[in-house]
Ligand binder design. Structure first.
Ligand code: ZN
Ligand code: ZN
Length: 362
């Protein structure tokens, strides 16, 4: 059973520590879900010291009644701002805060026009609590990842030269749904040949040729939690030895980063561990993004594992380790694992090996 009251107390502590506010209007869907269980697309959670109120519209009345735990549900067809204005007076005088990372400038104007309240902007409060996962959340990420790994292996067996990237992406996505995924966590990346040098080469109509590398980066959502994995394939024939050598560099960078993961370590040190291996191989300028990111209810969440990050690893965090080398116009290699930070190191959630998946000519 999810302990929503623990989560709410942690958020309230963070609110009190960083501001004079005594109420928080949670509007980010993943945060609303995290704090009360509601999964609909239109719901705000108003948190005060003594109360939690979920505001939604009639489309979600039944769903909210079934999903929301330990919070009052208020439903109105006249819009959430109007509903908030009706609910607030009964709660008493509050100094409310809003989530500046999610509230638009237009919505802020409406909130301010709705009452005589002095709104405070907050950033990353709920996200900061979400960073450190409960055991059940780590298990949910692992389950989503296991599903994805099974799909990757199954579909990879059927990849042949002559298929379009979109056809392969479609097969991957269909297999995820067949195995019970609610949706994909992001647009599936299937990038063949020189397109593998694009860090975010989402599938196009390009035909995969024989004797080409192929990058697949995919993730799905299962029970609300995301997965994320990248593997390299070689389609048709034997891989180019120089490509294999580069793949080995990236894999050594992945291992170096993995070995650096433990509580108390700065995320930038983990990034540096991967980056130094790639730099030593002469590719310093070809690793153009950070080493990883948190994964949970959202596929990109805290902490950030990059050279500019101020985040420090804590037990319970779930992060990707995804070093890469991109050689423009030729090929790119990225290998992405998912790990959970433990008390004394990390637990690799990814079970699949990192060696290239080879697909010979049938
Ligand atoms: Zn990925
Ligand atoms: Zn990723």
């Amino acid at each position: 059973v999810t302990d929503f009251s623990r989560r709410r107390s942690a958020v309230f502590e963070a609110l009190a520590a960083g501001s004079e506010a005594d109420a928080l209007l949670v509007t980010t869907p993943a945060n609303v879900r995290y704090l009360c269980g509601f999964t609909g697309s239109n719901g705000w959670l108003l948190l005060t010291a003594g109360e939690a109120v979920l505001l939604t519209d009639p489309r979600y009345a039944e769903q909210a009644g079934a999903e929301v735990v330990d919070a009052r549900v208020e439903v109105s067809g006249r819009g959430l701002v109007t509903l908030l204005g009706a609910v607030l007076p009964a709660i008493g005088p509050v100094r409310p805060a809003f989530e500046a990372d999610h509230v638009t400038v237009a919505l802020r104007g409406k909130l301010e026009a709705a009452g005589e309240l002095d709104w405070t902007a907050t950033s990353g409060l709920v996200e900061g609590v979400r960073c450190c996962k409960e055991a059940a959340e780590i298990a949910a990420v692992r389950a989503a990842l296991q599903l994805t790994e099974g799909v990757l292996l199954e579909v990879a067996q059927k990849i042949t030269p002559g298929q379009a990237e979109t056809e392969i992406a479609g097969a991957l996505e269909h297999a995820c749904r067949r195995r019970g995924a609610a949706r994909m966590a992001f647009d599936t990346i299937v990038a063949g040949g020189p397109r593998s040098a694009l860090p975010h080469g989402v599938a196009t109509s390009r035909i995969v040729g024989a004797g080409e590398p192929l990058m697949i980066d995919m993730g799905c959502v299962l029970d609300g939690y995301c997965s994320d994995i990248t593997r390299m394939l070689w389609v048709g024939g034997t891989p180019d030895p120089a490509w294999i050598e580069l793949h080995d560099v990236v894999d050594r960078a992945r291992r170096a980063a993995l070995e650096a993961v433990r509580p108390g370590v700065a995320c930038r040190e983990v990034d540096a561990a991967a980056r130094s291996v790639i730099a030593a191989a002469g590719h310093a300028n070809r690793f153009t993004h950070g080493t990883g990111h948190g994964v949970g209810l959202q596929v990109h969440e805290g902490p950030t594992v990059s050279s500019r990050s101020d985040d420090v690893l804590e037990a319970g965090m779930v992060v990707t380790i995804e070093p890469a080398v991109y050689v423009r116009g030729a090929h790119g290699i990225r290998i992405e694992d998912l790990v959970a930070v433990t008390e004394d190191g990390c637990d690799r959630l990814t079970a699949l090996g990192t060696e290239p998946i080879l697909r010979g000519i049938p």
